[in-house]
Design a protein around this ligand. Structure first.
Ligand SMILES: Cc1ncc(C[n+]2csc(CCOP(=O)(O)OP(=O)(O)O)c2C)c(N)n1
Ligand SMILES: [Mg+2]
Length: 657
């Protein structure tokens, strides 16, 4: 339709002209697709035409009820849009194609939902993830069948591993052609079953509304995650019954949110007696909502215990808080990892004992008793045995725990905890994030530190990242004082996440500063989304730490593969400044430490999206590092000598990633 008439022209037309345009578009869609051959399809087409002409006619055909927007009978495509509106959806990230044209047609006719046209379906899923993580609301994706759906798979798996609520709507070939190897057919349900929390193929328009609302429920309740609804094209054209979100049948999926009170009581007793306690928090705190982060802060202040967090949990407890030890894990802080190794009571809140956190499992926190709070029962005792497991929502459990702790007099073993803090201060004094700076070359750590200072000066900021060394430096050097400000691909480690995620974040926070800390190689995986940023006036800043290397791969090859740098050099890089110009956004370059502050200030002040090419030292490694297969107390620091590093990883560890 866009070929013939613009959206604004369409909206200003009288009803007769609008009708004509719709009829032509529907007819064209049929010819283009060459799929409406059977009687049922002709009925479906007739339904669409009837609706378009808004004729009040009685018809004996099964699914040809005329509809008005208020009626509870609508076409499948209308049901999709009405369900989204009733679920409070404001933005959909998507890409059209033959199998979703009826839904795109309905999008065209309304004003409540904004559609963001990405440049690749992977971009739609990451943008929806960025939107979801920065707002706490589910992200919505709309893509076509076949390649549209398969392109979305990486983002679905990413969202599954990081527990991000997404609703992905895919078009499918008409029901009567499924299994025929039809044009753009793929077994989307089969392909996405392992990378969604749940998925549905809707074969009857009467089931569509119910399924849409179920999908929102499943994606956002319990451990959040991506869900997918596959909607054949005839189901979109046909008419069916609409039910609102409050009228759907009760579902069997009722995740437990309240923790067992006896277990919470046992946990409080353990907290009271702890001599070397540690809070180990994760993305579950953020997913539970800002209230959970506040409760966590209250409990930490009430106990006076130290706290560390996974990559996904940054911001739940403020980095400026005095109980903060920094992130733990493979590239976490010295003090956090040592505290983890030596603690006697570990309070794990909304984290899942991922291998990046535990290191060698049989040497993980060997002297500790573990309390594990998680909404997902399958996470408990999966990798590490919990002494006190508590299944429930972090917010609910922390509220009960704090109440019980206070009602018993807020007792802790103060002298022992004071001694523990003294020990922690010794580890802190190691100053594990120090590095040798240079006047000539921009050290990547320095670049991130200067960026962090400038962002702090600017005020509230949101950061996305790609995957690699730059991601770890961003986690180490950028402080987050609030939840929902840090968007990174933790579980899947997806290069190419950051640009589209920044698009999604900026859609939700139009006036905020949104920066993607990128590597040059990752940026090139989804850089086409700069075009999306330009189209929707999203002033995202892409801060590339350009080391002309697949830096993290190079680091592992140096440490593990005898310095044989097999294919880890970024050859034939484009000129990122010219690329910025070509996209119609800003392009900047900086290669001198002395110019960096001014250049970063210019980038932040630039009125629009910017690609910032920061040329950094090419051989810097990311420390501290727990070599694979080692325990937390065997961490390497930047001061560890080269020979010791080369020998640090044994063959048993080399097999691990
Ligand atoms: C899609 C994808 N492919 C491959 C990898 C493996 N990988 C992890 S980090 C990395 C290098 C990233 O290079 P760059 O984006 O320049 O970041 P740097 O490490 O140099 O900061 C690679 C190839 C990945 N994480 N994701
Ligand atoms: Mg690089």
């Amino acid at each position: 339709m866009k070929d013939d008439v613009s959206r604004d022209d369409f909206l200003s037309m009288d009803e007769d002209s609008k009708m004509q345009v719709r009829v032509q578009a529907l007819a064209r869609a049929v010819v283009d697709q060459e799929i409406l051959t059977g009687n049922e399809d002709l009925n479906a087409l007739q339904d669409g035409l009837d609706r378009a002409s808004n004729t009040e006619k009685t018809d004996t055909r099964k699914r040809s009820m005329p509809t008005s927007p208020k009626s509870s009978t609508m076409t499948g495509a209308e049901i999709v849009i009405k369900s989204l509106i009733d679920q409070g959806v404001e933005v959909v990230f998507g890409y059209p194609g033959g199998a979703v044209l009826p839904i795109y047609d309905e999008l065209f006719k309304q004003h409540q939902i904004e559609h963001v046209l990405v440049r690749h379906e992977q971009g739609a899923t990451h943008a929806a993830e960025g939107y979801a993580r920065s707002t706490g609301k589910p992200g919505v994706v709309l893509v076509t069948s076949g390649p549209g759906a398969t392109n979305a798979v990486t983002g679905l798996q990413d969202a599954l591993m990081d527990s991000i609520p997404l609703i992905c709507l895919t078009g499918q070939v008409p029901t009567f052609m499924i299994g025929n190897d039809a044009f753009q057919e793929a077994d989307t349900i089969g392909i996405t079953r392992p990378c969604t929390k749940h998925n549905w193929l809707v074969k009857d328009t009467d089931d569509l509304a119910e399924t849409m609302h179920q999908a929102f429920y499943v994606a956002t309740n319990g451990r959040p995650g991506p869900v997918l609804i596959d909607i054949p094209k005839d189901v979109q054209f046909a008419s069916g019954k609409y039910v609102g979100p409050r009228n759907i049948k009760p579902t069997a999926y009722q995740p437990r949110v309240k923790g067992d009170s006896a277990a919470i009581q046992a946990a409080v007793e353990m907290i009271e007696g702890a001599k070397r306690p540690l809070f180990y928090t994760g993305g579950g705190v953020i997913n539970s909502g800002p209230h959970a982060s506040q409760l966590l802060r209250d409990l930490i202040e009430a106990t006076g215990f130290p706290v560390t967090s996974t990559l996904m949990g940054l911001g739940a407890y403020p980095a400026s808080g005095d109980k903060w030890l920094g992130m733990l894990g493979m590239h976490g802080s010295y003090e956090a990892n040592w505290a983890m190794h030596d603690c006697d009571v570990m309070i794990c809140v909304g984290a899942r004992f991922d291998d990046r956190i535990t290191g060698r499992l049989d040497a993980f926190a060997p002297k500790s008793k573990k309390i594990h709070i998680d909404i997902d029962p399958s996470s408990i005792n999966k990798n590490v045995r919990a002494d006190v497991p508590i299944v429930g929502d972090v917010g609910h459990v922390l509220e009960d725990m704090t109440r019980i702790f206070r009602s018993r007099g807020a007792k802790t073993n103060k002298p022992a905890v004071k001694k523990w803090w003294d020990k922690i201060e010794e580890w802190r004094a190691v100053n594990c994030f120090s590095y040798e700076n240079s006047d000539e070359l921009i050290k990547p750590q320095y670049a991130v530190q200067r960026l962090a200072e400038a962002m702090k000066k600017h005020g509230d900021y949101y950061v996305t990242t790609e995957v690699g060394q730059h991601q770890m430096w961003a986690a180490q050097y950028i402080p987050f004082d609030a939840p929902n400000r840090w968007m990174t691909s933790g579980g899947l480690g997806t290069m190419g996440y950051g640009v589209p995620a920044a698009v999604g974040v900026q859609m939700a926070h139009r006036d905020s500063l949104v920066v993607d800390v990128a590597g040059e190689a990752s940026f090139m995986m989804t850089m086409q989304e700069m075009s999306t940023a330009v189209q929707y006036n999203l002033p995202i800043k892409i801060f590339i730490l350009n080391n002309e290397r697949l830096g993290m791969v190079r680091q592992w090859q140096q440490l593990l593969h005898g310095e044989r740098y097999s294919s880890s050099y970024s050859e034939a890089l484009p000129d990122f400044v010219k690329m910025g110009e070509a996209f119609g956004c800003g392009g900047m370059r900086c290669d001198k430490p002395g110019d960096l502050d001014d250049a970063i200030a210019e980038m932040i002040a630039y009125d629009g999206p910017v690609i910032f090419d920061c040329l950094v030292e090419k051989h810097e490694n990311c420390f501290p590092m727990i070599p694979s297969g080692k325990a937390h107390n065997e961490m390497l620091l930047s001061s560890t000598s080269g020979g010791d590093i080369a020998q640090a990883i044994e063959s048993s560890g080399a097999v691990l990633v």
